[in-house]
Design a protein around this ligand. Structure first.
Ligand SMILES: NC(=O)c1ccc[n+]([C@@H]2O[C@H](COP(=O)([O-])OP(=O)(O)OC[C@H]3O[C@@H](n4cnc5c(N)ncnc54)[C@H](OP(=O)(O)O)[C@@H]3O)[C@@H](O)[C@H]2O)c1
Length: 328
């Protein structure tokens, strides 16, 4: 198979370019497992790589941090031709050619067998966003969160991590408040399970207050910046925030006060280098007890490789609702 389609990003005269091209195996990074890609998905990080060149460690590059498909060749006995697999994160789509391609070649230590109970399509509706939402919920529950603890705030609610986190929490009987800059998406967010939808300005720290009224047993935060500042100042006693992202900024000003007077927990979530042994277990949970009910609904929509350039621009503008999967 030496002629297949892929999205290739490059930089010429300081300007990023994106083009769907015919390429061959020699254009792919080295790896033991060659995969016929069935689906990929679009994450915020893909926008940063493809549109801005941020996080792209080499160019030209086939981006796409997520992929699912069938093994067509393997130099590692753990994988055989015909095996269904998933590969997400590590250096896929940043340093190593990634999932926006009909064929991918991936180091075997980054490849996860597709768990029983998930189709290729479902695994990419989840993708890194769903994996990250699951990690965040797992981490909060390890920190004693239960459905009886109180309200959970999910911000960046209309995005991929946010939408999936809301629905996964709802399915686990949590009371979820969704914050969004797009209140016109309120009925969508309620359909995922949010009991209340608020505007993001209501959870943005415009005044630099160290503590304010205690409101949340926990929060899942893909936004960061002043939203995270607000959350740290408004968590309930012993509450936890799972920090996942930076869509609203990376700088956070806080003080020790909520930590020493309320015993709050600030938990970091990293999907990229999450160890393989534990990664396989999280994917199995996503097929079993954490599979979001909304995978059956309109939480995602499907595009082709040719539609990727526009979509990659849109995700950086905060214009994508839920998840986008790419059918090869
Ligand atoms: N830690 C990890 O391992 C990990 C894994 C996956 C993703 N992430 C990070 O998590 C974040 C979300 O990823 P995603 O794939 O879910 O992206 P996404 O689908 O684009 O969702 C991000 C959401 O954040 C909100 N938002 C966007 N710009 C904002 C701004 N300037 N201020 C406040 N809110 C803003 C928007 O939601 P509303 O319109 O509803 O407000 C947007 O839909 C990204 O920063 C990504 O890099 C990290």
């Amino acid at each position: 198979m030496d002629d297949f389609k892929a999205l290739v990003v490059d930089k010429k005269d300081e300007k990023m370019s994106m083009e769907v091209k015919h390429i061959g195996l020699s254009d792919l990074s080295e790896g033991e497992v060659t995969i016929s890609v069935a689906y990929s998905s679009v994450n915020y990080k893909d926008g940063m790589v493809a549109v801005k060149g941020d996080l792209a460690e080499t160019l030209p590059l086939v981006p796409g941090i997520d992929l699912a498909g069938t093994v067509i060749a393997s130099e590692d006995d753990r994988f055989q031709e015909g095996d269904p697999v998933i590969a997400t994160s590590y250096f896929i789509g940043t340093r190593h050619t990634g999932g926006f391609s009909e064929v991918a070649r991936i180091p075997s230590e980054w490849v996860v067998p597709l768990p029983d109970g998930l189709t290729f399509e479902e695994s990419m509706k989840l993708g890194t966003a769903g994996f990250t939402a699951a990690l965040a919920i797992q981490r909060l529950e390890e920190n004693e969160l239960t459905p009886g603890s109180g309200k959970i705030l999910v911000d960046g609610a209309s995005g991929g991590v946010g939408s999936l986190a809301i629905n996964m929490l709802y399915d686990r009987d949590y009371d979820v408040v969704a914050s969004t800059g797009r209140t016109e998406e309120a009925s969508y967010l309620k359909s995922l399970g949010a009991s209340k939808v608020i505007h993001r300005d209501q959870v943005t720290d415009f005044r630099g207050k160290a503590t304010r009224t205690r409101q949340w047993a926990a929060a899942i935060d893909p936004v960061g910046g002043k939203t995270l500042q607000y959350i740290l100042s408004s968590l309930d006693y012993g509450g936890s925030v799972a920090t996942c992202g930076l869509a609203g900024g990376i700088e956070v000003e806080t003080t020790v006060l909520p930590f020493i007077s309320r015993g709050i927990n600030w938990l970091g979530i990293d999907s990229v280098k999450y160890p393989m042994e534990k990664r396989i277990k999280v994917w199995q949970r996503l097929a079993d007890d954490m599979k979001p009910s909304a995978l059956e609904t309109d939480i995602s929509h499907e595009i082709s490789l040719d539609e990727l350039p526009d979509t990659l621009h849109s995700i950086l503008q905060g214009e994508i609702r839920g998840r986008i999967i790419v059918k090869m």
